[in-house]
Design a protein around this ligand. Structure first.
Ligand SMILES: [Zn+2]
Length: 362
């Protein structure tokens, strides 16, 4: 009888060890320990045995049943852990996946245009710097070679600020900067050449109509090094114009006057609506370029030696001696570039915060 119990126990334990799922183990529990199984029946019928065998058989059968029960429980716990791990691995969520919802909102045309301009010049090797929006008359006009009677200094063209009572010794006449050009001078005063920077930022002038707002945005550019020429100016600005307005574009330099560049030129880009022909396919005059085939986009020129000399006087060295270094500067209105690029007819549309304008170009 004890041999049979040992057999049953060995068979049960072997089956439990070989089981690979909890379902299999539940079946084994019924098979080896259930109501109709041989081992429990043996225990139940111990009382039928001769008295001298009852104790020995009962004890062996009970031990065998407990051992099987323990083995089953241990194996079930083991497999449940493994099955849970497998389930977790299969259900794992990849939180690095981008969301699937529709994008909400969009960048303002001016922000998008400014960032595009910055990207283009970063690609050409320029750094981006920013400057103060309130400026001294010195940096806004004097250091940029504006004569004392230059019309831009007029109170009709410049916002003047009262001297601040909070700044001890503040006796400098301040203005809201009328252009980003003061940063040309500030950058040269603080840095050795070579310099290649652009200066995006807000500027202010007392104008308000379809093509002017009292606050608007410019991007200034400055490149100073040995042997920088007008050809470099043309190459850089041609590259810019093609990046913004298309690979087919050409530019032309037109003589102009600015106080702080000499020679000064205005840059026109060939019209992207009529491909520079001045008329549309149906023969009518192109409205965008007014039939000329060219659109003015910015002002520029070679930095005036007087500006470099003034920087040298402040620095007290000859790093910007105009006999040693030269360079060019340019300035453009971000609003103008955005209006041309997106066909916006009235500057004020850019500031009315009409969400339809944003959605139209999203
Ligand atoms: Zn045109």
């Amino acid at each position: 009888m004890n041999d049979r119990i040992a057999e049953l126990r060995a068979a049960g334990e072997a089956a439990v060890a070989a089981a690979t799922t909890t379902d299999e183990l539940e079946a084994l529990r019924v098979q080896h320990l259930g109501r109709k199984a041989e081992l429990p029946n043996l225990l139940r019928n111990v009382s039928d045995l001769p008295p001298e065998q009852r104790g020995v058989v009962g004890k062996a059968a009970n031990q065998a049943r407990q051992a099987l029960q323990t083995a089953l429980d241990a194996r079930i716990a083991e497999l449940k852990d493994a099955e849970l791990d497998a389930q977790l691995a299969a259900d794992r969520v990849d939180v690095t996946l981008p969301g699937r919802s529709e994008p909400v909102g969009g960048l303002h045309l001016l922000t998008r245009t400014r960032r595009d301009i910055e990207d283009i010049f970063l690609g050409l090797g320029f750094d981006i710097v920013e400057g103060p929006e309130t400026e001294t008359v010195h940096y806004n006009f004097d250091a940029l070679n504006h004569a004392p009677n230059h019309p831009a200094r007029d109170r009709a063209d410049t916002f003047y600020l009262a001297p601040s009572p909070n700044v001890p010794g503040e006796d400098l006449q301040r203005v809201l900067r009328t252009h980003t050009s003061p940063m040309q001078v500030r950058t040269m005063e603080a840095n050795e050449p070579p310099i290649a920077v652009i200066v995006p930022g807000r500027v202010y002038r007392p104008d308000s109509d379809a093509t002017h707002t009292p606050q608007f945005h410019q991007v200034e550019g400055l490149w100073i090094d040995v042997d920088v020429t007008l050809a470099d100016l043309k190459g850089v600005l041609l590259s810019f114009a093609r990046s913004i307005f298309g690979d087919e574009r050409e530019i032309r330099l037109r003589p102009h006057f600015f106080p702080f560049t000499e020679p000064s030129v205005e840059i026109d880009v060939s019209c992207f609506q009529c491909s520079g022909r001045g008329h549309l396919r149906n023969g009518s005059r192109c409205g965008l370029c007014k039939g000329t085939g060219w659109i003015e986009i910015l002002g520029s020129g070679m930095v005036d030696p007087n500006v470099l000399l003034a920087v040298g006087a402040v620095r007290g060295d000859d790093a910007y001696d105009p006999e040693k270094v030269q360079g060019f500067a340019f300035g453009m209105g971000i609003e103008r570039i955005a209006m041309l690029r997106y066909g916006v007819p009235d500057l004020r549309l850019l500031y009315e915060n009409d969400v339809r304008l944003l959605e139209q170009f999203a």
